[in-house]
Design a protein around this ligand. Structure first.
Ligand code: SAT
Ligand code: MN
Length: 597
């Protein structure tokens, strides 16, 4: 880009922020876009960019009677999920990134990606997307600016974050913003890199157009860079939903819960309690990310930094998640679902009959009974949280909500019982640290293999996992009123491979027990793993169509399984080397001794 055009970056720009202008000019010099468009987040801009995306075939308008304001996007079939093997933490020192992250030297990464970005926006437009993660004006909120050549990214960022003028105004003249650079490149997996530079508050993403690889506010800023900042600044950036549960008496308890990608965070956050729970209410603060810090009253306060949901579509229906169905009824972008002949969307697990004929997620004709899935297993919706019928009135509260319970939940077909309460904070951190989960389609790679996924943060922790766990332990000192910690598993199976716990809305029963424990109301039973519901005064199973054997199976603790589990935990702790926190090693030893006696 010629220097006169670079000057135009400043002239057309709706800001005088010198750091921002200089950085945009520098990035434009490298990527050489034909145009630079500063996004303001207005309705007019949304319409203009949507029309343009439709004209270019990036978005397919859906039947506007059936789904007003909704569009379908088909990504490149080689680009359908996060790519963990191509995601890097670039710290000067490899140890800082730790053994669970891919590492690249920052100089090497800037050079390598610089070559890819060099001229990558020629013939394209660079969109400057200022965005806020967190409510405007909140002391928790962080500002980011993403430069992207993808109109799909702009339209998604507009839903997922508070984007445009409001973010730019909040930034003012400050130089404290995340510098995100994204180019779709030629969508070649051999030239795909998602690089994080935590010391520079910078993210460079090249060669993808999909989800968590490119919506840089989400996993990249809110979790990887966020966790790094959280450690420096004394807070926690977590892969957690946040919900408020209100009892018929009007008492509201806020809960944060970590589950790996595609394990039901969105469903849990929007759950409708079963008929038995008349008068109870669940409200969503967030469905994926929680930023938590100690508040002035000694409690731990959480905000959801996002403004929308990027949820898994397959399996969503009026039984599993009616509120999600309402949320995606309008103003939603669908990615990689199937298209019906009348211009609606379809996916495996949707309510009603399977249509005879569809266009599949790759745009190919599809017939009922076909062996191939019509929608990609990781197909997604991007929907504004304001569409959610049970959005918490606190979702935009700049101070966030006080968290009384933290839940850790993996996807485990065996070993881990339905619910356990940790003995104390350190033991709770141990439960979170030793979480295992079977892999899902949310990341490329084999599905269904158990991997250690501490706090569901394995793919999202921006520094050494051992230091991260120590940070969790250290946070105890700055939270006088600690939340209680729990572990759950909705995914236990019997020997025929059938889920023993019905899950979804019925998880309300487990949540009620958690609330009762937090409020100090029910007695409990001690086991070697932690506190569990008592057989007599424990889980409310009234009106639940489930056999006693199934409940026994769901809640059972099998010592042989736990001996194997401890072995696999050992491998994980060994990986952390000298950074494995002593307190957690001791927890492991205590559990081992309880198992042996
Ligand atoms: O593609 S995303 O990373 O945003 C979704 C997920 O894996 O949770
Ligand atoms: Mn997630």
């Amino acid at each position: 880009m010629a220097s006169t055009q670079v000057a135009a970056v400043g002239e057309k720009a709706p800001t005088k922020n010198p750091t921002l202008l200089a950085w945009v000019a520098k990035m434009a010099q490298m990527t050489q876009p034909d145009n630079i468009v500063w996004c303001d987040g207005s309705e007019e801009e949304k319409k203009r960019l949507t029309d343009q995306a439709v004209k270019e075939g990036i978005l397919i308008p859906l039947n506007q009677q059936k789904r007003p304001g909704c569009y379908l996007h088909r990504s490149n079939p080689n680009d359908v999920a996060r790519v963990e093997h191509l995601t890097f933490i670039c710290t000067p020192n490899k140890t800082e990134a730790g053994p669970t992250n891919n590492w690249m030297d920052p100089d090497e990464a800037y050079t390598k990606l610089g070559q890819l970005f060099d001229g990558s926006m020629k013939g394209r437009t660079m969109y400057v997307v200022p965005y806020a993660m967190g409510p405007i004006g909140s002391p928790f909120t962080k500002i980011g600016v993403e430069l992207t050549d993808s109109v799909y990214v702009v339209l998604n960022m507009r839903i997922m974050a508070r984007m445009g003028k409001q973010a730019l105004d909040m930034l003012g003249d400050s130089d404290d913003f995340n510098r995100g650079l994204h180019s779709t490149g030629d969508v070649n997996p051999d030239r795909r890199y998602i690089c994080h530079f935590p010391h520079d508050n910078t993210i460079w993403s090249f060669g993808s157009g999909y989800g968590g690889n490119v919506l840089l506010g989400k996993k990249c800023l809110a979790l990887r860079i966020g966790s790094f900042l959280g450690r420096e600044e004394g807070w926690l950036a977590e892969h957690m939903l946040i919900l408020g549960v209100t009892s018929p008496k009007g008492e509201t308890t806020y809960v944060a819960a970590a589950f790996p990608s595609a394990c039901g965070k969105t469903n849990f956050a929007m759950m409708i309690p079963p008929a038995e729970y008349k008068g109870w209410k669940i409200e969503t603060v967030g469905d994926d990310i929680a930023w938590m810090r100690p508040g002035p009253d000694g409690r731990l306060y959480a905000i959801n930094p996002e403004a929308g949901y990027f949820g898994v579509v397959p399996g969503t229906n009026y039984k599993t998640n009616p509120n999600a169905m309402e949320t995606i009824a309008k103003d939603t972008l669908f990615t990689n679902v199937a298209l019906t002949p009348d211009g609606d969307v379809w996916w495996e697990g949707k309510d009603g009959e399977v249509p005879e004929e569809l266009t599949d997620w790759q745009g190919r004709p599809w017939k009922k009974g076909s062996a191939e899935k019509a929608a990609h297993p990781n197909s997604r919706f991007t929907a504004p949280m304001s569409n959610n019928p049970v959005l918490s009135p606190k979702a935009n509260d700049p101070m966030g909500v006080p968290i009384s319970a933290i839940i850790f939940g993996g996807r485990r077909s065996n070993t881990v019982p339905l619910v356990i309460q940790a003995f104390n904070w350190t033991h709770g951190v141990f439960l979170g640290a030793t979480m295992g989960s079977e892999t899902t389609a949310a990341a490329t790679g084999k599905v269904g293999v158990v991997r250690r996924d501490p706090m569901a943060m394995l793919p999202f922790c921006g520094y050494h996992m051992g230091d991260y766990l120590q940070h969790w332990l250290d946070m105890q000192k700055s939270i006088p009123q600690l939340p209680k910690i729990f572990q759950v598993n909705w995914f236990r199976q019997d020997k025929n491979g059938k889920f023993v716990w019905p899950g979804f809305g019925e998880n309300m029963r487990v949540l009620e027990w958690i609330v009762n424990r937090v409020q100090g109301r029910v007695p409990t039973q001690e086991t070697l793993l932690g506190w569990v519901p008592r057989a007599d005064q424990g889980l409310n199973l009234n009106g639940l169509d489930i056999s006693t054997e199934a409940v026994t199976e769901a809640t059972s603790i099998k010592e042989d399984e736990w001996k194997a589990e401890l072995k696999s935990q050992e491998v994980f702790f060994e990986q952390l080397g000298t950074k494995a926190p002593e307190a957690l090693m001791l927890q492991r030893k205590l559990l081992m001794s309880r198992l042996e006696t």
